[in-house]
Design a binder for this molecule. Structure first.
Ligand SMILES: Nc1ncnc2c1ncn2[C@@H]1O[C@H](COP(=O)(O)OP(=O)(O)OP(=O)(O)O)[C@@H](O)[C@H]1O
Ligand SMILES: [Mg+2]
Length: 334
């Protein structure tokens, strides 16, 4: 397993599968402005994101609602273009890679958060799994039924499932169909947005086992958005913690979670006592509006360790010890 992924973007090292170089994504949003009516304002959904995803890496993207996780995935999938900075797939701009032909879509598969909503309710499971096989011309028509059956077996569904429709499937089965569709094109990268949320604990555990096994067997590069640090540490060797459009800490999951260097990473860990030592110390204050970012470090207003400098200087993600990077003027444990 490749352990070299980090937010570091040394020119000397080989290009990653994905590389984000100071990526910004700015949305124009309407904002009420008293008697003057509506006014357009910039919302920085991503604000200088640096990330390198090495081949075979498994990375959990973690952070509060609105921190930019889905926007980051949309950039990686080429569904939205950065407003500034560079987003590369195998060393070339993602937009160019996407436009060049079907290879990008075949190699980079997505599992959507709303798995049920992503499946056409009028198509049977067999037709749903056959669709990407045909679309990408993976095999001759006569081999499709056998391929569909093999894909269903791979995700733990019986061959009888081919005749069923999404409405008759449980939440866990629907996710398995979505995973089978994602795997149909033989991708090298699997991108998932909250793929196991909203399920009961045992179904979630079964799906996590399945994803972990598939990732290892197929050597997939995995990018997995989750709110759940337990899921992140079970499934992903690396973690990237986001706060208000930035990655504030990244590195090996267990190292980051057992000794977080960024106060926000520490606060997240404390908020998950079911997986870690129960320390009750809630994160003070509210997440600031991305329309009104504070000066200096964007986390300073909620940080129990903030010093005067933190109100003025905006820390960038910088390499810390052992493959870790942190965006903090005074990292914990340093
Ligand atoms: N199309 C859009 N137009 C305007 N603002 C947007 C758009 N998409 C996202 N945003 C804003 O960008 C910020 C980041 O949103 P994003 O959906 O990436 O967050 P997230 O981390 O995925 O949150 P969640 O955990 O709730 O899914 C938020 O403030 C959101 O309101
Ligand atoms: Mg999201």
């Amino acid at each position: 397993m490749n352990q070299t992924t980090s937010a570091e973007t040394d020119a000397a090292s080989e290009p990653g599968i994905f590389e984000l170089l100071d990526v910004q994504k700015v949305y124009q949003v309407a904002r009420r402005n008293g008697l003057l009516g509506r006014r357009k304002q910039d919302l920085k959904a991503l604000d200088g994101v640096r990330l390198k995803v090495a081949k075979g890496a498994s990375i959990a993207l973690v952070g509060e609602s609105g921190s930019g996780k889905s926007t980051l995935l949309r950039v990686l999938l080429g569904l939205t273009e950065p407003s500034d900075g560079l987003a590369l797939y195998r060393g070339r701009p993602i937009a160019e890679a996407r436009a060049a032909g079907p290879d990008f879509a075949r190699e980079v598969a997505m599992i959507y958060q709303d798995a049920r909503g992503s499946l056409n309710p009028r198509m049977s499971v067999g037709a749903l799994v056959a669709e990407p096989l045909r679309h990408f011309g993976i095999c001759p028509e006569e081999e499709i039924p056998a391929r569909v059956e093999a894909l269903l077996a791979r995700v733990g569904l019986a061959k009888e499932a081919v005749q069923r429709y999404p409405a008759g499937l449980s939440g866990g089965q629907v996710r398995r169909v979505a995973i089978a569709r994602a795997l149909a094109s033989n991708p090298s990268v699997l991108v998932a947005d909250e793929a196991v949320s909203g399920l009961d604990v045992s179904t979630q555990a079964q799906l996590l086992n399945l994803l972990r096994r598939l990732q290892r067997e197929m050597g997939l590069t995995l990018l997995f958005i989750t709110h759940d640090l337990g899921v992140a540490s079970y499934l992903c060797e690396e973690i990237a913690i986001m706060y208000l459009g930035r990655i504030v800490e990244t590195g090996p999951t267990n190292a980051v979670l057992s000794a977080p260097a960024h106060p926000y990473a520490r606060a997240l860990r404390i908020a998950a006592p079911e997986f870690f030592a129960p320390i009750t110390e809630p994160l003070p204050g509210e997440i600031p509006s991305p329309l009104d970012l504070p000066r200096g470090c964007r986390f300073a207003g909620r940080c129990v360790f903030a010093r005067e400098e933190c109100r003025h200087d905006d820390p960038v993600l910088a390499r810390a010890q052992a493959g870790r990077s942190v965006a903090c003027l005074f990292p914990l444990g340093a």
